[in-house]
Design a protein around this ligand. Sequence first.
Ligand SMILES: Cc1cc2nc3c(=O)[nH]c(=O)nc-3n(C[C@H](O)[C@H](O)[C@H](O)COP(=O)(O)OP(=O)(O)OC[C@H]3O[C@@H](n4cnc5c(N)ncnc54)[C@H](O)[C@@H]3O)c2cc1C
Length: 457
Amino acid sequence: MDYSNLPIFATADVVVCGGGTAGAFAAKAAADQGKDVLIIEQFGSLGGTATNGLVLPIMHTHIPENPQCSYISKIVHERMQAIGAANETGRNFDPLMLKVVLETICDEAGVRMLFHTFIADVLVVDGKIDAVVVANKSGLGLIKGKIFIDGTGDGDICVRAGAEYNKGNPDLNGKNQPISLRYIVSNVDTEALGKFIHETIEKTGKNYGSSYHDGQVYLAVCAGDKWTFAELFDEAIANGDLHEDDKAYWQGFVVTGRPNCVAFNNPEFFDETDATDPDVLTKTQIKGKQRILRQMQFYKKYFKGFENAYVSDIAAMVGIRESRNIVTEYVLSASDLIRRVKFDDMFCQSNYPVDIHGKVLKCENLGEPVDDGKPWYEIPYRSLGVKGIDNLFITGRCLGAEFLAQSSLRVQHSVRASGEAAGIAASIALDNNILPKEVDGVTVRNIMIEKGADFVL
Ligand SMILES: Cc1cc2nc3c(=O)[nH]c(=O)nc-3n(C[C@H](O)[C@H](O)[C@H](O)COP(=O)(O)OP(=O)(O)OC[C@H]3O[C@@H](n4cnc5c(N)ncnc54)[C@H](O)[C@@H]3O)c2cc1C
């Protein structure tokens, strides 16, 4: 299509597409380097899956001392703690307040934010993106830039620009990981719930997947015959109050900064999981809300502590674990991850395990990790450089990785680091008039470190 006659809505040195975790971190990092940055987001706030998808907590890296490969993570943590919206480790947080903090730090850094704007296409000239084509209340228009950073989570910009990508589990004809619609229940009597958890453990003699200490509730479905609430779920299914899928994945925990709230990491959908299909997203929103009401009735009837509770929040965004993965200068393989390969140009270290959900998606025989005394894998800078498009970075959960490797690096720790690295690299490319793929990943990491990021070196 010929977009050249569309009006130019805006121009920036760095255009960040998608304002999720990776996008927000990329925008802040590039602006901290003195660049003119514009971030475009379809919803009305930053944070994406972590805020509008209600996804908490931030997963631990499973590396001793939990090194944060991001200086912005530390800033976010300080700001969140200052308003009572994150616990001491920063891992549990209030998703609503994270929106405010991300927007504030971007605003202070001089990032221009454009919300309620959907990026529908791109204008490519001579192997470079010249502009993205957006739709908003002003109609259709172009946003021009020198460097673009794709933070859409699905690689929308890369795909529209013609980049190659992979999708889903190659062993299951490209089936994606399950998707979820998360929710928060408020006015829970957590003490009564905690007592009920302890009573059930005592009654059943089963103590897996449920705990209560010092006001901290943890609930989770658990495979095997030791799961505390297995009989309760089975009884509810037999009575027609729950469906089998409600039992296939279920997880809940308290939310820092919101007393008497429990956030649920479900319902989960296992069959139709293609997040790039708008019909799937629509159905998940509709069916998900119906399942949430069913689960709420279940808590009220079978648990204690939910007598006066109510659903206070349902995610505006469907929870997407994985959709497309873009082919980059280097694609992190499953073998790299399992063998814990180290890269000179790495920008992130993690030992978070392979985490594939689903009734049929479990992967077996993954091999043994190599014991080199450094129990973590690394993500190279080259996995952010989109192959074939000269001025485009891919960040976040859809950076260059195979399905199995993605199942680990999709967590917020690595997504944050990827945005930060891309933002800094964009600035270096502009300063030196070079392409993203010509930027030295070691220099990128050194700037991250100078600004306060932690690595095990
Ligand atoms: C159900 C679920 C549970 C999870 N649990 C955990 C957990 O416990 N701990 C953990 O650390 N991680 C967890 N994760 C993983 C992690 O939360 C996500 O992978 C991560 O937040 C993704 O960040 P992102 O920036 O890559 O993408 P997103 O946060 O999804 O950001 C993409 C942004 O781009 C916008 N966008 C997309 N397309 C367009 C477009 N065309 N135009 C304009 N805007 C667009 C979106 O609105 C969104 O704001 C979970 C994920 C899910 C789905």
